[in-house]
Design a protein around this ligand. Structure first.
Ligand SMILES: NC(=O)c1ccc[n+]([C@@H]2O[C@H](COP(=O)([O-])OP(=O)(O)OC[C@H]3O[C@@H](n4cnc5c(N)ncnc54)[C@H](OP(=O)(O)O)[C@@H]3O)[C@@H](O)[C@H]2O)c1
Length: 257
């Protein structure tokens, strides 16, 4: 069997599936993961002949190495997996927070640890964070925390995995990702307050990931793909102020004088 060139952790759905499909379409060997073995295999079949699906549950970091035992050498690793969590101080759901912190920070790290000797010397890792790390939104406390943790993890991995490269991508709201399909009003409000006047798309994110994978000198970069959405601009665009809306919790535009 051809050795896989790309491992996409969280490749059964949404942006991760889009990334797996993009590289499968380019003729790469792809291994994608999800929690359920048959679901992962079914998505892999959909994406191409040289795509394999395997079960991997990041919330059980101690079992990650066994789950990856028969994955061979890889050129690149992309981590797109996420568990959804809504949490505030007033109603702190510790079990949900623990699950997210475990699957994203410990789980991602356990995969890298298990794969470190199988990752090509000229290979790279792309970790998914998100803009919630800089702009908290109601309920996004733990999401923002783990997204910020991705930057720290990236720095630690850059040092330990050298000469392999490690980068992070932080999308804004990805309007055409399945996550928002039942709540399109929110991405639309974000679009109105984004300097580009357009929504971030899954295609934009795949393009960002491809840049991080291809460019041999990009290392230790937090790549923001958000249309400049964190640049405070409501006085210029006349759009609803994201900072004043439900979305933004602690964010405030700076004084204009
Ligand atoms: N969508 C957005 O607007 C947006 C914005 C900013 C950042 N992001 C980031 O972009 C990445 C992709 O987001 P998305 O919206 O495309 O996600 P998604 O559609 O919800 O897909 C999540 C993926 O994670 C996997 N997964 C969930 N729990 C897991 C676990 N415990 N162990 C292993 N895999 C698990 C799922 O696989 P199974 O269900 O098959 O297990 C699925 O493949 C995430 O890291 C997210 O934080 C997304």
């Amino acid at each position: 069997m051809t050795q896989p060139a790309l491992l996409v952790v969280g490749g059964t759905h949404g942006i991760g599936k889009e990334i797996a499909g993009f590289y499968a379409g380019q003729g790469w060997s792809v291994v994608l993961t999800g929690r359920d073995d048959s679901a992962a295999k079914s998505v892999a079949n959909e994406l191409g002949d040289d795509t394999r699906g395997i079960a991997l549950d990041l919330s059980e970091p101690e079992q990650v190495a066994d789950a990856l035992a028969d994955v061979g050498a890889v050129g690149h690793l992309v981590f797109a997996a996420i568990a959804r969590d809504t949490n505030t101080l007033d109603n702190y759901n510790i079990a949900s927070a623990r699950y997210l912190v475990t699957m994203k920070l410990l789980g991602y790290t356990a995969v890298v640890s298990a794969m470190r000797d199988r990752l090509a010397e000229d290979g790279s890792i792309v970790l998914f964070g998100g803009r919630a790390k800089d702009r908290p939104y109601p309920g996004g406390m733990t999401v923002g925390t783990v997204n910020a943790g991705i930057t720290g993890l990236m720095h630690a991995l850059v040092v330990q995995l050298a000469p392999r490269r490690v980068n992070a991508i932080h999308p804004g709201i990805v309007a055409n990702s399945p996550y928002w399909s039942e709540n399109p009003e929110f991405p639309e409000r974000v679009r109105q307050a984004t300097p580009t006047g357009r929504s971030v798309t899954m295609e934009d994110i795949v393009d960002g990931v491809d840049f991080l994978i291809r460019n041999r000198s990009v290392n230790g970069l937090d790549l923001y793909v958000d249309g400049g959405g964190l640049v405070p601009c409501e006085w210029h665009w006349g759009a609803p102020a994201v900072g004043d809306a439900q979305w933004a919790g602690g964010w405030r535009a700076p004084a204009t004088t």
